[in-house]
Design a protein around this ligand. Sequence first.
Ligand SMILES: [Zn+2]
Length: 381
Amino acid sequence: MARTITPDAIRKNNRKMIYDYIYSHSKVSQNDIVSALRLSRPTVTANISELEEDGMICRDGQQDSDQIGRKAIVYSVVPDYRIAIGVELTGRHVKIINVDLYGRKIDRVVHKVKYENNDTYYSKVCDLIMDFTGSRGITPDQVIGMGIAMQGLVSPDGNTVIYGEIMKCTGVTIDVFQKRLPYKCTFIHDPEGAALSELWVSPELSSAIYLSISEHLGGALILDRNVVRGKSGHSATFEHIQYDPHGEKCYCGKTGCFETVLSMHALLGDEDADEFFAKARTHGTPESKKWHSFLQILGSLIGAVHLVNDVDFILGGHLAPYFTKEDIRVLYDVVRVDCPFEEPDDYILISKMPSHNINIGAALPYIKNFLDNADYLTRHR
Ligand SMILES: [Zn+2]
């Protein structure tokens, strides 16, 4: 059967092309769009007026020109025409962020609230979210959706926590939020949020292993710019690979998992990271020895994983800013000992986005969906 392109589909496509062009270039004139997209001037003019009337783009000054005469008006996207909300729940905090259409933080608040898997807690968190949006004049239809990052594995549809031993929240469903909030809500596993942030700021990144080293250890597998959740949702759970059969007990119930030796909790206990590293950088201190053995263990994990998947290995999480060039050199040396292949030292990378990455990453799927989906951009009036 031959497919016909309907006038409606052409209209949608033109509108999306023009919006995308303004989004990716900023401060563009109608002339710029006509020549870049090879569309007729009346089509561009009509779409510009509609997008401006709908509040999606705005006039953003005039174009500098060498020519004498009237300067052309330039347009930019209104970055907060739609926003997404990212919420990060940890054992002790509720972190709420709103993110504009460029994936940038607009505002962020952190509340000290102890996690409890009960209605009182979920109701309190929803009140905090409504206060956050209400006090900033954010209307429900401005919010594309809200992602909630959990320290637990999440079902592929984002509706259920399928394994949440850290917070004892296995089995929690999204209804606890959805029934109290006027936005579409989904759960996301926290390292996946971090990996999505990394992809957002790294257009050159294709496939990688992402290791999130924060209070707990976590990971994500990035394949062709997608985060792979796997058949049952537990891809890249490096934290539960056994390192030492005689080691400490992990929260998963097994013994000696990498979680028990490579998490920040394992490295620091209750000590502050800044204080630890101030001492660790002095040769011969107990902290320096501890950090050295941490790097040896981390190197052995990177080496093993690198043999399975020969892609970039990104060190992320709250520990990422503490790695030095010398640390990375040590890691390459450790990997080289057991690796039969010679290769350049070009695959161990430090995260480009160590702060708020989980918080922002929780919101990003909604932003991406908005930008990818022409239907969102269709006029409904
Ligand atoms: Zn474990």
